[in-house]
Design a protein around this ligand. Structure first.
Ligand SMILES: Cc1cc2nc3c(=O)[nH]c(=O)nc-3n(C[C@H](O)[C@H](O)[C@H](O)COP(=O)(O)OP(=O)(O)OC[C@H]3O[C@@H](n4cnc5c(N)ncnc54)[C@H](O)[C@@H]3O)c2cc1C
Length: 306
């Protein structure tokens, strides 16, 4: 039985991508979660998402970039994406990962690169979300976000918090003092019990508590989940507290629970779909498999069929 940890381990073995991509059905499944390898394909997917009443966020997949030159290519990609959003008139912002901009090479490099993107987005009236990665970079990510937020506005740059981390409630309280726009998610990495709740029940309880703190703050936040229980808890809370539907948005991943995306949009809630694209789709794709055993069995069954 492939466990979640084993799949997350495999997600870090990029070499396996070449092997796996030879299987037609593996490729077919990747298209369910990845919008394509090029910016054009992502724009095409976003037009379709917009036509269903949802907004989007571009995510150019490339984690843990290894050289300063590679980070420059990532900056160019995002500057190009921000220009395309304006040219095409699609409804989308952008999500970035700081390791993509060199966080593991030199935090100053990541800061300078991210600053270029946030400055360009601010000039265009767009918004940059800084994704949250593994707990080894949580503090460094928050530190860089705070420096950017000190220079740019509330509606220019935001961050992500993960409810599986024990530190998240206190991070949320601190960040709200700035204030900051936060995307709340459960968390997708393999973390030790010292830093993350091992029990799903605790992750979910923390999600609900942090969600309530965020939505009571009056700042526009993103409630990112496909979990019907989390969505019901959010709707019950905003109805009870008379918080307007326009005061926050739900967020989901490309290809997951499309039915629920459309239903919430029809009910008048903001719904943003996160659209991953690019050549380096392998680690992202494997984390999606790790979240749902049914997806793994689908892949294995088709591997065995040949
Ligand atoms: C917009 C967005 C941005 C995110 N950004 C980050 C980030 O910056 N950092 C980070 O660590 N994580 C991020 N995540 C991932 C997140 O942390 C979770 O790993 C992921 O959303 C699964 O958790 P869940 O809340 O959907 O609940 P779960 O309890 O995992 O799932 C609830 C239900 O959702 C459905 N579902 C969930 N995942 C899948 C799947 N892969 N395939 C099919 N059905 C599925 C199933 O019906 C499942 O029963 C993001 C998620 C979203 C939606």
């Amino acid at each position: 039985m492939l466990t979640r940890s084993a799949l997350i381990y495999l997600s870090r073995q990029e070499g396996l991508k070449e092997f796996a991509a030879r299987f037609k059905l593996f490729k077919k499944l990747t298209t369910r979660f990845i919008a394509g390898e090029t910016g054009d394909e992502a724009v095409h997917a976003i037009r379709e998402i917009n036509s269903r009443g949802c907004s989007a966020s571009f995510d150019h997949l490339n984690e843990s970039v290894g050289s300063a030159a590679e980070t420059e290519a990532e900056v160019r990609e995002y500057l190009d994406v921000l220009a395309r959003i304006d040219e095409t008139g699609i409804n989308s912002n952008v999500s970035i990962k700081l390791t993509q901009f060199g966080l593991e090479i030199d935090p100053e490099l990541a800061y300078r690169n991210a600053r270029q993107i946030v400055a360009d987005a601010a000039r265009r009236g767009n918004f940059v979300r800084i994704d949250m990665e593994g707990s080894n970079v949580t503090q460094a990510t928050i530190d860089i976000f705070k420096r950017l937020r000190a220079e740019f506005g509330l509606n220019d740059v935001g961050i992500v918090l993960q409810s599986y981390l024990r530190r998240t409630m206190s991070d949320a309280q601190e960040l709200l003092k700035i204030p900051a726009r936060i995307r709340l998610c459960k968390g997708a990495y393999d973390e030790p019990p010292e830093v993350a709740f091992p029990d799903k029940k605790d992750v979910d309880n923390n999600y609900v508590e942090v969600m309530q703190l965020l939505l009571a703050s009056g700042v526009y936040h993103g409630i990112a989940t496909h979990d019907p229980k989390m969505i019901e808890a959010t709707i019950a809370f905003v109805e009870r507290e008379k918080i307007a539907k326009s005061a926050f948005e739900f967020q989901m991943l490309y290809g997951i629970r499309r039915d629920l995306q459309e239903q919430l949009a029809r009910e008048g809630y903001g719904m943003r779909v996160y659209v991953p694209y690019g050549k380096h789709w392998y680690p992202y794709f494997m984390r999606r498999l790790a979240e749902r055993p049914a997806n793994i069995w689908f892949v294995l069954k088709n591997f065995l069929k040949g």
